[in-house]
Design a protein around this ligand. Structure first.
Ligand code: GUN
Ligand code: FE
Length: 432
């Protein structure tokens, strides 16, 4: 494949605190990989194909590390509730629909093309307890060329009769899913116990064995509200903390990523576990505001050396674009700072780093516009008013606050331009 040169205002993270900005910069891409990033057109690149995006931004594509694929249809519904009522009134009835393969196909084709539209190309997705629907999602993610972890959801107690698995059935289905969906280059399986309150100890221990046997990671929800944390403790009195359940039952033994959503009220024990096992905590600001009460102490966790990525947590969150979670993470951190005098807010550069670098760290060389990284990138419209032209960073901030998919001018995965509409049509035609 020949080298292509892309020109535009390049923004990427230099560090957790700093954006790197190259005005009118050049990115060279060969075989989907970035081979050079520079502030002028080097002699050797003159004469190569040049795509000039002028005042537009060139940024890394986003990673959404916590999202429930089946809940795509319930975005913005049931938002008067808090977690447990929301699960029982809206989510469990809705997720039970995925026993119908046609329903799953129809929703998942829309969802995946929307991920492409929103520029989230690296994902970690919850599904449902239904094997066939999980299989459909896995195959569609592969077909779309996205990078993803996904797994069959485990729940064997405190769930409605119409949406629950017997413990052995849940373990058997999970093992079959892992065996029949081995790691592909881009899409990989992950253990997905819903959360401690819906998983028995025998189920957790069984999943622990699978983690070891298949060297596989885990994603779940952790201390996502005071009620949830207290409930987990009550159900597992011998452990005394939500996080210890996963450690003691062996779920952190595999080599794959360990992803914990929310982490709003972590104990010292939980912080130790998150650090010791190199876990990623996923901040989901919209979901926090909608259904899980409390705000993740993001800056405190960062200061303690923990890793934080961002998640849309649709349908607890109501919007799929991670760029909006960047803005929301800053907004709600100010609320926390206002009410808690010792708390320090986070800023745009911090949240952008979470959405690109940390989120991308569980995938292969994504998350930066830098030599050696994949060209998984977005071309973003310059949305600044011409009368009030300020800085390139301002253009990124404006996009995060008021932009949407219509302001994403072009999308590249592995150096290939992708079109959400084309992806949607292709997924609909799949024989699965
Ligand atoms: N805890 C258990 N299930 C869920 C879910 O579906 N969404 C969120 N946000 N939290 C959960
Ligand atoms: Fe969630």
């Amino acid at each position: 494949m020949s080298t292509v040169v892309y020109k535009g205002n390049i923004i990427s993270s230099e560090s957790y605190d700093r954006l790197s900005v190259i005005p009118n910069g050049y990115v060279t891409v060969e075989d989907g990989m970035i081979t050079d990033v520079c502030d002028h057109l080097k002699e050797e690149y003159k004469g190569l194909e040049l795509r000039d995006y002028k005042d537009r931004l060139i940024i890394p594509a986003f990673s959404d590390l916590h999202m429930h694929a089946p809940q795509y249809t319930q975005r913005g519904i049931g938002m008067d509730c808090l977690l447990i009522e929301w699960l029982n009134r809206y989510t469990f009835p809705q997720e039970s629909n995925y026993s119908d393969k046609e329903y799953a196909k129809s929703v998942y084709a829309k969802l995946i093309s929307d991920f492409v539209a929103q520029g989230s190309f690296q994902l970690s997705l919850f599904t449902t307890i239904h094997y066939d629907a999980c299989d459909i999602l896995y195959k569609m993610l592969k077909e779309a060329g996205l990078y993803a972890y996904t797994g069959l959801v485990n729940m064997d107690m405190n769930s409605p009769d119409y949406y629950v698995d017997d413990t052995d059935v849940s373990l058997e289905k999970t093992e079959k899913f892992i065996i029949e969906h081995p790691d592909s280059e881009k899409v990989k399986p992950i253990l997905t116990p819903r959360f401690a309150p819906t998983c028995s100890k025998r189920l957790m221990e069984g999943l622990g064995e699978l983690a070891k046997k298949y060297d596989i990671g885990v994603q779940t929800h952790l201390v996502e509200s005071r009620e949830e944390a207290a409930w987990a403790k009550e159900l597992y009195p011998e452990f005394g903390s939500d996080g210890l359940i996963y450690e003691r039952c062996g779920l952190l033994q595999g080599n794959g990523p360990k992803i914990f959503a929310h982490v709003i009220f972590p104990s010292e024990e939980e912080e130790r576990i998150l650090k010791e096992y190199d876990c990623i905590s996923v901040h989901c600001p919209d979901a926090t505001s909608n259904i899980t009460a409390g705000i993740m102490p993001a800056s405190d966790l960062i200061n303690k050396g923990l890793k934080i990525a961002l998640g849309s947590d649709v349908g607890g969150g109501h919007f799929l674009g991670i760029y909006r979670q960047i803005a929301r993470a800053v907004q709600i951190s100010k609320m926390k700072e206002f009410y808690e005098k010792d708390y320090r807010r986070i800023v745009l550069a911090n949240a952008f780093y979470m959405a690109t670098v940390t989120g991308g760290s569980i995938f292969d060389r994504v998350g930066k516009i830098e030599k050696g990284y994949r060209f998984n990138a977005l071309i973003i419209d310059d949305m600044l008013d011409k009368e009030y032209k300020t800085s390139i960073e301002d253009a990124l901030e404006r996009f995060c606050y008021i932009g949407d998919e219509r302001n994403i001018f072009e999308r590249y995965i592995d150096g290939n331009s992708v079109d959400p509409g084309e992806v949607y049509q292709r997924l609909l035609k799949m024989e699965i």
